[in-house]
Design a protein around this ligand. Structure first.
Ligand SMILES: Cc1cc2nc3c(=O)[nH]c(=O)nc-3n(C[C@H](O)[C@H](O)[C@H](O)COP(=O)(O)OP(=O)(O)OC[C@H]3O[C@@H](n4cnc5c(N)ncnc54)[C@H](O)[C@@H]3O)c2cc1C
Length: 314
């Protein structure tokens, strides 16, 4: 008989885990308070970037598994995944980040106005296409969706036996994990002006890094990383600062029109929590949360490990 698994969370971690569990032969029900397009995962920029979460060794492994999955998805136009040039910049010359060694090709660049950095090619995820695609794939593969709040995981383990906790930043309060806290990210969604190069630009400098992420129909301008800040409403002063920083980096943006301001709460944690917690005889919770700034980058690698842990529990 197929084992029935409940997944809490309908962001990228919950949907990727749910899909991989279905493919491995489990019955899966996702329970989520918010579904795409209303999750943190929908707000993300979002590009593959294997740095900024721990533990470093596992992060590299999960990111590599995801990279392979993204390459596969570039052949599926409905997925919204493509490959794009990406420029990693700093104010001062810097050694190539060690993750560049994972890439097939990269080169040093000098980006106007005279910023040093490196150019490579990374998977870019058009979230307005990708998140609905994941949701559609989940139900098309027989997954069940229930939109509701979960206040108590024990109630679910009693019903399902195995529960996967992908509750993002809210996992902290759900399981009493005080190591989880929000890293607030504010972005501007703007129209794509003629003359804007189709490449991702990421400048790691000043208080917050600045990034320009052209997508299929718009461009995302960021950003901020405000630790411990739960505010979901956009901050107008911060929006002005983001606009100023992006314009300084790419003057073609002066012809862009601001379409929307958005805020997402990244699930900050010193290390991703991906492990099994036995909660009773034959019942367990697999925790999969705390992916910080790179949850899209890690989602498929973590989902593969969730499946392995679920098989070990069965
Ligand atoms: C501005 C910004 C830019 C980013 N850029 C990138 C990037 O370029 N690359 C990258 O890899 N990552 C990026 N990220 C990070 C990435 O978006 C997150 O790491 C990722 O979205 C986390 O996904 P998640 O599924 O774990 O959480 P979420 O997307 O937050 O999903 C959590 C789910 O759990 C549900 N939930 C929570 N609590 C409960 C409960 N009690 N009951 C029921 N349901 C519950 C929620 O409703 C939701 O469905 C960015 C994030 C932001 C904000």
């Amino acid at each position: 008989m197929k084992k029935h698994v409940a997944v809490v969370g309908g962001g990228v971690s919950g949907l990727a885990s749910g899909l991989k569990l279905l493919e491995a032969g489990f019955d899966v029900t996702i329970l989520a308070r918010e579904l795409p397009p209303h999750t943190t995962s929908d707000v993300a920029a979002a590009f593959w970037y294997p740095d900024g979460a721990g533990p470093v060794e596992q992060v590299r492994r999960w990111a590599a598994v995801s990279h392979a999955e993204f390459i596969r998805l570039t052949a599926v136009p409905q997925s919204g995944v493509s490959l794009k040039p990406a420029v990693e910049l700093a104010l001062e010359p810097f050694a190539p980040p060690d993750w560049l060694a994972l890439m097939a090709a990269w080169e040093p660049v000098s980006y106007a106005p005279n910023l040093p950095g490196y150019r490579t090619i990374v998977p870019a995820i058009n979230t307005p296409t990708y998140m609905p695609y994941l949701l559609e794939q989940f139900t098309a593969h027989g997954g069940q969706l229930i939109q509701r709040d979960v206040t108590n995981l024990a109630e679910l383990t009693a019903q399902f036996g195995l529960v996967v906790n992908c509750a993002g930043v809210w996992a902290g309060e759900l399981v009493g994990d005080t190591a989880v806290s929000p890293i607030r990210g504010q972005v501007i969604r703007a129209s794509k002006p003629a003359g804007l190069p189709d490449e991702i630009v990421h400048l790691d400098a000043e208080i917050y890094s600045t990034y320009i992420v052209p997508r299929r129909n718009d461009v995302i301008l960021g950003g901020s990383k405000q630790r411990g800040d739960w505010r979901l409403e956009p901050d107008p002063a911060l929006a002005e600062d983001i606009w100023r920083r992006c314009l300084a980096l790419q003057p073609a943006l002066q012809d862009a029109e601001i379409l929307e301001h958005r805020v997402g709460l990244r699930p900050g944690r010193p290390e991703v929590r991906l492990e099994v917690e036995e909660v009773g005889k034959g019942t367990a919770v697999i925790h999969n949360y705390g992916h910080g700034s790179i949850g899209h980058t890690l989602a498929w690698g973590c989902a593969a490990e969730v499946v392995q842990l679920a098989l070990d529990c069965s």
